[in-house]
Design a protein around this ligand. Structure first.
Ligand SMILES: [Zn+2]
Ligand SMILES: [Zn+2]
Length: 277
């Protein structure tokens, strides 16, 4: 997995700079006032999130479009994107998670966007941008969209980006997910954080306590994972055993996996210490 910094194209691609007017739904004062007036514990009480309720809704924000895409076009895009890496980054232009309502009274939420585009390195990738206030469910929704695109699913939700910097294989996923009434509902989803550990296999984290994972083996009987708590220096081995009876050959596999993971964990910690010296 790649965790390189996105190129300069990212800023342009992500959308125009949204320096909010003081009285807009994006403005700090508006969000604070709304949060202060809301029932404590509800989504509306979270001032990190912007809420558009009715007339404020921008035309560019839309729900999942339903127009169909030609099979030929879908096949062409699928072939081109199936093997692309996914890069997760934070917004560089200060875009913020938005909760909004359509005329039919339904609520929607958008915590980020995904682009298919060429990096400054020349490599094309899925670039997942998390907005301020994005939570784990926002990040998971966008991650699932990437998985779907790799499988040729729901490609009609992507629109081609037409800009000077964009080539014909530059696409944007900009849709919202169905959501609940922010004035009466709670959302316990933890904030989404971009993973800063280059060795970790997770591009982002959405748990209250961040646990990086280097490697994992196992199956039905057991799982062995090399982990590191975000606030600790050392990697450790997390062993979960799901059964108590093992055949000799199963046990041999388990012991071998334990040995392998022990060595990998030790090596990783030793390398880290060496780098710090
Ligand atoms: Zn991580
Ligand atoms: Zn465990």
């Amino acid at each position: 997995m790649t965790k390189e910094a996105p190129g300069a194209a990212g800023t342009a691609a992500e959308g125009e700079d949204q320096k909010p007017a003081k009285d807009s739904i994006w403005g700090k004062a508006t969000r604070r006032a709304r949060a202060g007036a809301a029932t404590p514990g509800t989504i509306a009480a979270d001032r990190r999130v912007a809420i558009a309720d009715g007339a404020d809704c921008e035309a560019t924000i839309h729900q999942r479009p339903r127009q169909s895409t030609s099979t030929r076009r879908v096949a062409r895009i699928t072939d081109a994107v199936v093997g692309l890496p996914m890069i997760v980054r934070r917004t560089t232009v200060g875009r913020r998670a938005l909760v909004w309502r359509t005329a039919d009274g339904k609520w929607w939420r958008k915590g980020g966007v995904v682009q298919i585009r060429q990096q400054s390195s020349g490599e094309r990738a899925f670039v997942l941008t998390l907005f301020k206030g994005a939570n784990a469910q926002d990040a998971q929704f966008l991650t699932d969209i990437v998985r779907d695109a790799r499988n040729g699913i729901a490609l009609e939700l992507w629109s081609r980006t037409e800009a000077e910097w964009a080539d014909e294989m530059t696409f944007l996923f900009d849709s919202s997910r169905p959501y609940c009434d922010p004035y009466t509902s709670h959302d316990y989803s933890a904030p989404a954080e971009v993973c800063a550990e280059p060795l970790c296999r997770h591009p982002w984290h959405g748990e209250a306590e961040i646990v990086h994972e280097l490697d994992s083996v196992g199956g039905e009987a057991y799982s062995i994972t090399i982990c590191r708590l975000d606030y600790e220096e050392e990697w450790y081995v997390d062993v979960d055993v799901h059964q108590s009876d093992f055949s000799p050959s199963q046990l041999l596999g388990f012991v071998n996996d334990l040995q392998w993971m022990r060595a990998e964990c030790e090596k990783t910690n030793a390398t880290k210490i060496k780098e710090q010296e």
